[in-house]
Write a protein that binds this ligand. Structure first.
Ligand SMILES: Cc1cc2nc3c(=O)[nH]c(=O)nc-3n(C[C@H](O)[C@H](O)[C@H](O)COP(=O)(O)O)c2cc1C
Length: 193
């Protein structure tokens, strides 16, 4: 079933978020990557935003984290998001663009505006020692973060090409797959839950 007029899954995500308005925990989801041997890794991240014109989801992370090494080899992710209040699960698969300190033009502008929107507390985390390295004694180097993004700050632009939407509020549950074709059109397929 072709649905070129609108990327309907985006509207569904917005609607599913509505009952949790103001609750920051609703934006926690699980992001999976694979290492060079194909071994999967999963971790919680925060969805920082959407861009409806380009169908992208945004996550921020540390350039030194393991997921970055994975994405440099295999720039694809799976992202699983369960919205408790609306009892809906969205599972995304898609490719990722890394926007780091070397990015230019519009991408760098987006990285800066994403940085500025973060709380000072979250910005300060990018001054912490490298994630996953052995912990050493000593105080954290934690001066006030600058107005421009730290070198360690990376924006992940996630472009889903498959969205698997499961709704638990009806019996039987409703499940719909959305797939992006090579011409940029989304196709909607209701499937058994
Ligand atoms: C509630 C919660 C939110 C988190 N949000 C983020 C996030 O937005 N970005 C991020 O890189 N890590 C976030 N983390 C930390 C990751 O889960 C993970 O520990 C870290 O990114 C290192 O993962 P990696 O070594 O697999 O790259 C969050 C953890 C929790 C529990």
């Amino acid at each position: 079933m072709a649905d070129a007029s609108v990327d309907r899954w985006q509207l569904l995500v917005s609607a599913a978020l509505a009952p949790s308005d103001g609750d920051p925990t609703v934006r926690f989801c699980q992001l999976a990557t694979v290492d060079r041997d194909g071994s999967p890794y999963n971790r919680t991240v925060v969805i920082r935003g959407f861009r409806s014109e380009t169908n992208e989801l945004h996550v921020v992370t540390d350039a030194r984290s393991q997921k970055i090494a994975h994405l440099q080899e295999t720039p694809r992710v799976a992202l699983c998001w369960y919205l408790t209040a609306s009892r809906q699960q969205f599972r995304f698969r898609g490719c990722v663009t890394l926007v780091d300190a070397a990015a230019e033009g519009d991408a760098q502008d987006l990285r800066r505006s994403t940085w500025v929107a973060l709380s000072a507390r979250t910005q300060g985390q990018f001054l912490w020692p490298a994630p996953g390295t052995p912990k050493t004694a000593g105080a954290l180097d934690n001066p006030p973060p600058p107005d421009t993004p730290l070198e360690t700050f990376v924006l992940l632009r996630i472009y889903p090409d498959v969205v698997d939407h499961l709704v638990l509020t009806s019996i039987p549950h409703q499940r719909t797959l959305y797939r992006l074709d090579d011409t940029g059109h989304w196709h909607r397929h209701p499937v058994n839950p």
